[in-house]
Design a protein around this ligand. Structure first.
Ligand code: BGC
Ligand code: ZN
Length: 370
């Protein structure tokens, strides 16, 4: 079977021969891969600073943003049938019996660090013709989402982040007691940092939650990313045209920052202007670089004097996958062309080297196995 992977010991990236997955447990589902999205994490693994092959394997099969079609189910599989479209999650629990999050199905909060992640850490990914997975880690996607469901996994990042934000902001009675039926972000201002796929999907999520949403990103308008952002009703502000101080003048009190840029200098510059009672969510994972200078006293004073919350959010739980599927359905109905335009290219696995190693092009590129 053909697959795309990395061999860290040889510093190689490309198409590999990978053996067929067999159903070894009754609760396992066999999946034919339809599409796999490529993200910054995959590109990073291809520079060999991140990622780890499974124990005993020389290579790691890449891919953690997948959409597949079920081709076989074990005898104990209850809710998934042959022909279903499925999206798998990424992280699998550690084996320590005393790891409370993992034992509770919240491996995104694994307390030992010994979790594994498919396509990233010690488990093969989905960039292969077929794969197997336990039923509990698969989410059925409705057929009307066939052409966009590969975006579910990157959308789960925003879903988990927002779940964390709302938990934190329960401390604000006027947010907590928002009248039933009003979107929770109504009257609040959100700034999304970065207009990559995570940023664009994040902006869609913020807009659909009712936030007055601004996307702050590098490139000048007009550009395709700015066009998508504005098509969903967010405002696009170029960092080349406007400083962070100008940004805050345009926005007013920033209630929420969703960082999806992975550039610490920009992130901390915006943290400096977070508003009263504001929440700042980090989702980017920058590669280690030399230290940068930040106005730490100012940030610390603000965090205290303005009752701010800083949240780090990684991976996603079952609730986030369910929410992403539900929201994707909302986005497809509300912005049918825009959500489809997030996927800017579908490629065969023969193009994988240039997709993974050359300068990133477009928005979300997808490897298609059909
Ligand atoms: C994935 C997450 C994962 C993280 C760190 C991201 O690209 O979407 O599922 O936890 O990388 O490995
Ligand atoms: Zn990813």
């Amino acid at each position: 079977m053909q697959a795309v992977g990395v061999i860290p010991s040889k510093k190689e990236v490309g198409v590999l021969e990978h053996s067929n997955p067999e159903i070894r447990h009754d609760d396992v589902v066999r999946v034919r891969c339809l599409e796999v999205g490529i993200c910054g994490t995959d590109r990073e693994i291809c520079t060999f600073v991140y990622g780890q092959p499974p124990e005993g394997s020389e290579y790691l099969i890449l891919g953690h943003e997948s959409l597949g079609e079920v081709i076989d189910v074990g005898s104990a599989v209850k809710n998934i049938k042959v022909g279903d479209l499925v999206v798998p999650s990424v992280r699998r629990p550690c084996e320590h019996q005393d790891c409370q999050p993992c034992r509770a199905g919240l491996q995104d909060f694994c307390a030992t660090g010994d979790f594994v992640e498919r396509g990233i850490k010690a488990r093969h990914g989905y960039m292969t013709e077929e794969y197997s997975e336990h039923e509990q880690f698969l989410y059925v996607a409705p057929k009307n989402l066939r052409d966009v469901a590969v975006l579910v996994e990157p959308l789960t990042i925003a879903e988990k982040a927002m779940a964390q934000v709302w938990l934190a902001q329960q401390r604000l009675p006027w947010v907590k007691n928002n009248p039933q039926g009003t979107p929770r972000g109504k009257g609040l201002k959100a700034v999304v940092l970065g207009a990559g796929p995570i940023g664009i999907l994040g902006a869609m999520k913020m807009v659909s939650e009712g936030f007055d949403t601004y996307v702050y990103s590098r490139s000048r308008k007009p550009n395709p990313k700015a066009a998508l952002v504005e098509a969903v009703g967010a405002k696009y502000i170029s960092a080349l045209d406007h400083t962070v101080d100008e940004l805050v003048e345009m926005v007013g009190n920033i209630d929420l920052v969703y960082e999806a840029i992975g550039v610490s200098s920009v992130a901390y510059d915006v943290l400096r202007v977070l508003g009263n009672n504001g929440a700042f969510v980090f989702t980017g994972i920058p590669a280690p670089k030399p230290p940068i200078e930040v106005d730490a006293d100012l940030i610390m004073r603000n965090v205290v004097l303005k009752n701010q919350v800083i949240i780090g959010s990684v991976n996603a739980d079952a609730a986030a996958f369910e929410a992403a599927l539900a929201d994707l359905d909302v986005f497809v109905k509300r912005w049918p062309e825009t959500i489809r335009a997030v996927i800017t290219g579908r490629f065969s696995i023969d193009d994988c080297q240039s997709l993974l190693l050359d300068k990133a092009q477009g928005i979300k590129n997808v490897v298609s196995f059909t």
